[in-house]
Design a binder for this molecule. Structure first.
Ligand SMILES: N=c1c2ncn([C@@H]3O[C@H](COP(=O)(O)OP(=O)(O)OP(=O)(O)O)[C@@H](O)[C@H]3O)c2ncn1[C@@H]1O[C@H](COP(=O)(O)O)[C@@H](O)[C@H]1O
Length: 103
């Protein structure tokens, strides 16, 4: 199991946990819209560091972004496995080829 899969399991286990002892439970208790808003904030912070070119800050903000992406997905009962399955489905198909097939 990868670290990302373990994190997704931890997040799933926080559903219904005590918001006073778990940041994840606190965020989930505020609803999917708040989780989506937090994800957006963290993604923007990662974008800013990518533009600035600060490698260490980008790694840190990317970690925040992945965590908050998983929380947002959990809030809508979408699992990491669902996303991995979609990525697997796309594997080996170039984005250029996929875009051309849409026309
Ligand atoms: N990876 C993370 C993780 N990344 C970021 N965060 C928290 O996300 C929050 C980010 O919030 P901000 O930076 O926006 O700070 P803020 O205090 O909310 O600021 P404002 O929005 O109020 O301005 C901080 O409290 C971070 O600690 C995380 N909290 C938890 N995890 C993982 O989730 C696991 C379960 O955590 P709990 O649910 O808290 O037990 C942990 O063991 C970690 O593995």
């Amino acid at each position: 199991m990868t670290g990302l899969q373990r994190l997704a399991e931890t997040i799933e286990s926080r559903k219904g946990a005590d918001p006073d002892t778990s940041w994840t439970a606190k965020l989930l208790s505020r609803g999917p819209e708040k989780c989506a808003e937090k994800f957006g904030e963290e993604a923007i912070e990662a974008i800013i560091e990518a533009v600035k070119g600060d490698r260490d800050r980008l790694v840190s903000e990317a970690a925040d972004t992945l965590y908050h992406l998983l929380v947002m997905l959990a809030a809508r009962d979408v699992t990491l496995a669902d996303v991995e399955n979609e990525l697997d489905r796309r594997e080996g198909r170039s984005g250029i080829e996929e875009k051309a097939s849409r026309k």
